[in-house]
Design a protein around this ligand. Structure first.
Ligand code: ZN
Length: 247
């Protein structure tokens, strides 16, 4: 892979007249070392992943040497598979940028966020969390709902109307469909928590109208849990006020 991957550096070494520069950041030649480890968005992906690596701290001269070192360090079962999955994910991000000009935001991929509003649309609390990129999108949505319900319960909220822009998850929470995947187990956990609330309903809302939650997810650049009581970050405020006007 280190020498044969169809990237700009390989093409250039084969004598093709191509621009060697990484088209994602424009900061360096697109070598395998740069693509998978040094490029800024790849670094974010590693830092948010289960392996929590800061790839700017290494000083390897090529990707092959880094892989050899990683294989040696991966002593926990399946950790090398996890590393390979992240490499595959980065390759997917790069391909969708090069071939489809579609930018996959590693943060949006990993962060889930929620806004808790009262019945007139005022903010009770906003929260964001990072979710492992190794789980399926549905599982990530389910984890976010479970996290939101737990948080709401902890701060004393007992009557909830939960909105999500993931239709499949809403159907599962409403008991209309059941899946055979891990996401169903998380849904069961979420539902058992709702049984101790006074009331809880689930509804689907279009992604367009879930702007607040997506903005919070985007603005949360840490991989830690962040909860703001009766507050939100400034970039999210206009969307919340807009939603309030529409209530
Ligand atoms: Zn780059």
């Amino acid at each position: 892979m280190a020498k044969g991957l169809p990237i700009m550096d390989t093409f250039s070494n084969q004598g093709l007249k191509v621009d060697r520069i990484c088209s994602r950041c424009g900061d360096a030649n697109e070598t395998t070392l740069h693509l998978f480890l040094e490029c800024a968005e790849s670094n974010i992906m590693w830092r948010l992943s289960l392996v929590r690596l800061d790839t700017t701290l290494f000083s390897f001269s090529n990707f092959y040497d880094w892989c050899v070192d990683m294989i040696y360090k991966c002593k926990v079962a399946h950790s090398w598979e996890t590393v390979m999955m992240i490499i595959w994910k980065i390759w997917g991000m790069r391909s969708s940028w090069v071939f489809e000009k579609k930018k996959i935001d590693p943060m949006a991929d990993c962060s889930k966020a929620m806004a808790f509003l009262d019945n007139v649309g005022d903010i009770i609390m906003t929260a964001s969390m990072s979710i492992s990129i190794e789980c399926s999108p549905l599982e990530a949505e389910a984890q976010a709902v479970l996290f939101g319900l737990t948080l709401a319960y902890d701060v004393g909220l007992r009557r909830l109307e939960v909105e999500s822009d993931c239709l499949q998850l809403v159907k599962m929470l409403q008991g209309i469909v059941q899946e055979k995947y891990a996401s169903q187990l998380i849904v069961f956990d979420a539902l058992s928590l709702t049984s101790i609330l006074e009331s809880c309903s689930f509804a689907f809302c279009l992604r367009l109208f879930n702007k607040v939650a997506h903005l919070i997810a985007k603005s949360s650049m840490t991989n830690e849990l962040r909860v703001l009581m009766e507050d939100c970050t400034l970039d999210v405020l206009p969307a919340i006020l807009g939603d309030k006007d529409n209530m």
